[in-house]
Design a protein around this ligand. Sequence first.
Ligand code: NDP
Ligand code: GDR
Length: 351
Amino acid sequence: MRPKLPPRTGKKALITGITGQDGSYLAELLLAKGYDVYGVIRRSSSFNTGRIDHIYQDPHEKDVRLHLQYGDLNDSSSMNRLLKVVRPDEIYNLGAQSHVKVSFEIPEYSGEVTGLGAVRLLEAMRDLDLDARFYQASSSELYGKVVETPQTETTPFYPRSPYACAKAYAFYITKNYRESYGMFAVNGILFNHESPRRGETFVTRKVTRAVAAIKHGKQDCLYLGNIDAKRDWGFAGDYVEAMWLMLQAKEPDDYVVATNETHTVREFCELAFAHAGMPITWKGTGEDEHALGPDGRILIRIDPAYFRPAEVDLLLGNPAKAKADLGWEPKVKFEHLVKMMVDSDMEDLKG
Ligand code: NDP
Ligand code: GDR
């Protein structure tokens, strides 16, 4: 059942990427704060609203707070029209071709959506003289090749993929519009954040889904790429609060949002399989490395097809500035996150 909503605040937020992992958590958060939420959705040949179905409201109902509108970040006229009609107080630009590996296959398209998408919104705001606050979903992928750790707001960027190059453009154009036109436009430099709603082809969810499928006898083996990559993994539900806090601040600024803890993909697998009662042991090296389950079966193998042309080896973020200025801190710890995702995938498979 849909949660009961508080009285309206009169505030309107527009979210691009509402059908994605973060968009769905952010929409829940804003509805619970009494916002009217306008979500941009894309036409698709099959339903793509699975993550927001639980908060969907029939437009014929009374007191509708969640409004879904067709649009596309590649179509400036649709962005212009939406901003003109809605005139939101806050804009959260979460829409993106967000898969790093896939961006090597479709670099130009990734640049269009993930990079130029931001300037289409900012220009629409300028054209309409819209006094809205703008949040850009920037990424720890900007740091790319390791220059220093932990990474902070002052660490130089070194993008390592077409996705990260596009995000670098979006980061700087957001900052540039803030400095050029005095807009309240900010970047959240968010490190990896996961949840049971994480896309199925990102490594964490790929692992937890495989754990559940292997446990239920529906899959034999999981194939992975670089298991030595290190990531600073947090919980998406915590991170959308940081997005909102950034737009409530007195002054616009850019913030790192992270846990200040890093783990390898290998460690993620160990925890996830162990939580499902299948502790693993690693054998072999390089591309022949594999993980054995408690009964000696091979549960994980390496497939070089998942390696990237250029890898980001180590991400570790220091969120001290977000804590000091916004009072933001992550609540969910790594071990809890892994268990939450495994439990959810186990439950799904039972269903
Ligand atoms: P998802 O991949 O789950 O969601 C991406 C969203 O963007 C979907 O709603 C998708 O729509 C939408 N989208 C894709 N292309 C377009 C387009 N051309 N026009 C409009 N919308 C489009 O991403 P996350 O929720 O994980 O991430 C949200 C944002 O934060 C992204 O910008 C991502 O790059 C960034 N980010 C994510 C991090 C993470 O760890 N999750 C960390 C740092 C930054 P559809 O459902 O129709 O495909
Ligand atoms: P990332 O997330 O590239 O950090 O981008 P992803 O989960 O795809 O990869 C994390 C690390 O795991 C390694 N890896 C694999 N990755 C995938 N997807 N599939 C595999 O089989 C696999 N095996 C090993 C990768 O090489 C990588 O090192 C995510 C996205 O959400 C971006 O949009 C966001 O900006 C960043 O996080 C922060």
